[in-house]
Structures are given as C-alpha cells and as structure tokens.
Design a protein around this ligand. Structure first.
Ligand SMILES: [Zn+2]
Ligand SMILES: [Zn+2]
Length: 166
C-alpha cells in the first residue's frame, strides 16, 4: 500500500494543478495538508490537461489511467505523495498519486466546499499513508468514497486510533 514512500526520507507532498483555475482552493489544500502532516507541501506549476487523454464517448471526460501514468512520470523521487487537482470530471487514485475533479461536488458555499475539499484530501492522504477505512463515525477515514453526505457530516480530525497510525 505505501510502497511508494521512501521510508528513510522526510515526507514531501506536492500539489499538481491540472487545468485547475481556483488558486484560493489550491492554497486551502496546501495549508490544510501542511498543518495536518507537518511536512512541506509544494505547489507545482499549473499544467494543462493533456488533450490526448480526452474521451468524448460520454461527454467531456479524461482517461483517468492515462492521467495517473502521466502524473507518475512527473513525480520526482523527492516527492512522496503527488496530489492532482483538476476541474475536469475525474476521480482517480492509486498509492502515491491521485486526483480529484471538483465536478464531483454539488454546488456549495465557500465553507462547505472547503470542508469537502479538506476532508477528501486528508482522507486520500490517509490511505496513502496506509490507513484503511475506519468504522468510527466522524473520523476522516470513515468511508466517504463518493458519498457527499458522509463527507459533509465528517468531523475535522482523524479518530485517536487512526491518528496513532499516522
Ligand atoms: Zn477511502
Ligand atoms: Zn478512524
């Protein structure tokens, strides 16, 4: 699960915006991750969505597998976790790299949007650090995959048991 992490090096997380035009959201993600994991979080230069990944068979969608491979090639050895943020319609992950498309969110006001973004980012990084889903209600690792109501009712922290494994 956590095979991509270099055990003897300090943890470094980087955010790769891919055609993500909300600089304030990128800063929220950066601040939340670094505050939580006490590690440097770098914002990589904005990249355009590679158009060769476009698949129009179900509207404008991009190949998640191609995008993950592309991100994997861009991840330097010094980066332990690469977080992809995009406005396009995707939700993809594999250990060490993942991306989220914000079309997955229903419209929400700023605070709720920030809560969703923060919860999903911390949840996915929790997976990358080896945490499974957690039965404790309101724990960030409580299974929220794809269910916006669970995300909205999530607390702001990992439960004590999950925290102990981070
Ligand atoms: Zn999950
Ligand atoms: Zn937990």
């Amino acid at each position: 699960m956590s095979c991509v992490h270099q055990a003897h090096r300090p943890r470094v997380i980087a955010i790769q915006p891919i055609a993500f035009d909300k600089p304030e959201q990128i800063l929220i993600v950066q601040n939340e991750i670094s505050a939580f994991f006490h590690c440097p979080v770098y914002i990589l230069p904005q990249a355009p969505m590679p158009q060769e990944f476009l698949n129009m068979s179900k509207g404008e969608r991009y190949s998640a597998d191609s995008l993950l491979d592309w991100m994997d090639r861009r991840r330097s050895d010094s980066i332990s976790i690469l977080v992809g943020l995009t406005n396009k319609d995707i939700f993809i992950r594999k250990p060490g790299i993942w991306g989220i498309g914000d079309h997955r969110f229903a419209p929400a006001d700023g605070d709720l949007y920030a809560h969703r973004l923060r919860t999903i980012v911390l949840h996915e990084i929790g997976h990358d650090l080896g945490l499974p889903h957690c039965p404790t209600p309101h724990c960030i690792m409580h299974d929220a995959d794809g269910r916006i109501t669970t995300i909205d009712s999530a607390g702001t922290d990992f439960c004590a048991r999950c925290k102990g494994k981070l």
